[in-house]
Design a protein around this ligand. Sequence first.
Ligand SMILES: NC(=O)c1ccc[n+]([C@@H]2O[C@H](COP(=O)([O-])OP(=O)(O)OC[C@H]3O[C@@H](n4cnc5c(N)ncnc54)[C@H](OP(=O)(O)O)[C@@H]3O)[C@@H](O)[C@H]2O)c1
Length: 304
Amino acid sequence: MAYDRFGSDDVLSLRELPDPKVGPGEVRIRVRRAGVNPVDWKAMSGGLDALMDAVFPVVPGWDVAGVVEAVGIDVPEFSVGDEVVAYARKDVLHGGTFGELVTMNVRGVAPKPAALGWEEAGGLPLAGLTALQTLDRLAVTAADTVLIHGGAGGVGALAVQIAQARGARVIATASPANHEFLAELGATPVAYGEGLVQRVRTVAPDGVDVVADFVGGVREVTMAVLAGHGRHASIADASVLETGGSWFWVRPSAAGLVELGRLADAGDLRVPIADILPLDQLPDAFTRSRQGHVRGKLVIAISE
Ligand SMILES: NC(=O)c1ccc[n+]([C@@H]2O[C@H](COP(=O)([O-])OP(=O)(O)OC[C@H]3O[C@@H](n4cnc5c(N)ncnc54)[C@H](OP(=O)(O)O)[C@@H]3O)[C@@H](O)[C@H]2O)c1
């Protein structure tokens, strides 16, 4: 699936493109499953144009689970046939994962976790790295009570589990329909919206040590529930900088993917799958993602 100009879902079309070249330090991956992330349609609408050059036609998509199909010059890390996952963000907007083949520098590639099926593996990289790196930046430990805004989304559902694997106590926001889901992941669920500060105070009377915002628009709530020594970060609201928080952006990291695989293989991390769609339904997947209520990950199935 590719687009030749910025726009909404109607700029996407299914087409034949040349196989991507595989350069030094890169692998070419035959894509089995590719996770959908909000950044895919935000970038397609031109939302990252100030940050990244686009080289049209753009194949969107930055998440992949698949099989190494070719290796470039000097790639001792991987061989043809290896099952891998990658956060395949490039330096330019081009050559993404919603296609049969994608190349990626090994800095963003790791072995597929044995405990995860192809769907789960395809939904892991971007959301998993975002969750892991945000919690690392916030130095979350077993001593912390953590509030996660957006616990039922792709990033949030993974962050709830990673924070718990570190021994932290986790409170997470979602609509009531997702409270049982959050409780199954081990979090104390609270409903977002009016009265949220009071609901958090009810379950954490002394305030929380850490707030991780995966939604945006909740800065005032964050500051009202954070204990005096508290740390906070947002992946969706640059204005956290004004209140001493971190405005966090995920980076490709093979080491981070290995750590996520270790958590999955230890039974501490699963990737909740909302739905699996074929490649030609990518526009529908983007429409659903844009509505903002996907639980866990939407995944595109591309090859067997
Ligand atoms: N800076 C970065 O590096 C980075 C990385 C990844 C993602 N992001 C951004 O972070 C955001 C989240 O990404 P994602 O992949 O997790 O998105 P997602 O999977 O599409 O998130 C959907 C979830 O958001 C929940 N939600 C909607 N409104 C909410 C609210 N007001 N309070 C709490 N939860 C709410 C929904 O739960 P209910 O159905 O219960 O409402 C749903 O489960 C997006 O804006 C994305 O672009 C940034």
